[in-house]
Design a protein around this ligand. Structure first.
Ligand code: CTP
Ligand code: MG
Length: 235
């Protein structure tokens, strides 16, 4: 079975409030998504990385992708929601000789601090699991449910609660069928769960967060820079 990555990158980044989509904002001298794609390219077990762009994306062509050349396949088939972008990407992959049982690792373009070791741990732990699995982090904080006037209505027990991240790794045909059945999900696992299946949870850490708000860019920069420094020290 071949493993592919599928990176939805057709969002507008409205919560970031920038003048261009957040995946193209500068981060350590490169567009944010370049870091995301470089991490996936650093995993030899991934044969190819499909990137789903909005049909009218004007930013991709303005940047240099030559460092990642040969591993990327650009699909201009983004949809109105993340789930639609992923579904359209999976359909396009089917027309490009991706087999029903091949694995697809769906990963948000906006999670630029993904470490290749986290992807390798996901692939290793999922192995030949009949369902698939996702990176996730056990919830550490106490959780509150809000009532009226932004006052606490209840404390929600956090036992057994995890925050879902990406990559989320499932077999191509099963994931496409699941998303066609349940287009209103916010992640791939949600669609697989709706089929009555239980994806595996693989523990990651908080550095694999989704860049969402302006302050997140500083945090991403700090994480990437500290990794660069520690690898420079080791070599
Ligand atoms: N995404 C996509 N197609 C959409 C919406 C989102 O491919 N119609 C992608 C985004 O580009 C991002 C990932 O899905 O890499 C996660 O979505 P999110 O963080 O919500 O990004 P945006 O939708 O761009 O941001 P916002 O919700 O703040 O507008
Ligand atoms: Mg969004």
């Amino acid at each position: 079975m071949t493993r592919y990555a599928l990176v939805p990158a057709a969002g507008s980044g409205s919560r970031m409030g920038g003048e261009k989509p957040k995946q193209y904002l500068p981060l350590l001298g490169r567009p944010l998504i370049h870091h995301t794609l470089a991490s996936l390219c650093a995993v030899p077990a991934i044969a190819k990385i499909f990137v789903v762009l909005a049909a009218d994306d004007a930013d991709w062509a303005r940047h240099d992708w030559s460092l990642l050349a040969g591993r990327l396949e650009v699909l201009r088939c983004g949809g109105a929601t993340r789930a639609e972008s992923v579904t359209n990407g999976l359909r396009a992959m089917a027309a490009m000789a991706v087999a029903a049982d091949d694995w697809v690792l769906v990963h948000d373009a906006a999670r630029a601090c993904l470490a290749p070791a986290q992807v390798e741990a996901l692939i290793r732990t999922v192995g030949d699991d009949p369902v698939g699995g996702i990176l996730a982090v056990p919830v550490a904080d106490t959780l509150k449910r809000a009532g009226a006037d932004q006052r606490v209505q209840a404390t929600v027990p956090r036992d057994g609660l995890w925050q879902a991240q990406t990559p989320q790794m499932f077999r191509h045909r099963q994931l496409l069928q699941a998303l066609e059945c349940c287009p209103d999900v916010t992640d791939e696992a949600g669609a697989i769960e709706a089929l009555g299946l239980a994806p595996r949870l693989v523990a990651a850490d908080a550095t694999n967060f989704k860049v969402t708000y302006p302050a997140d860019l500083r945090l991403a920069e700090w994480i990437l820079r500290s990794r660069q420094l520690s690898s420079a020290e080791q070599s």
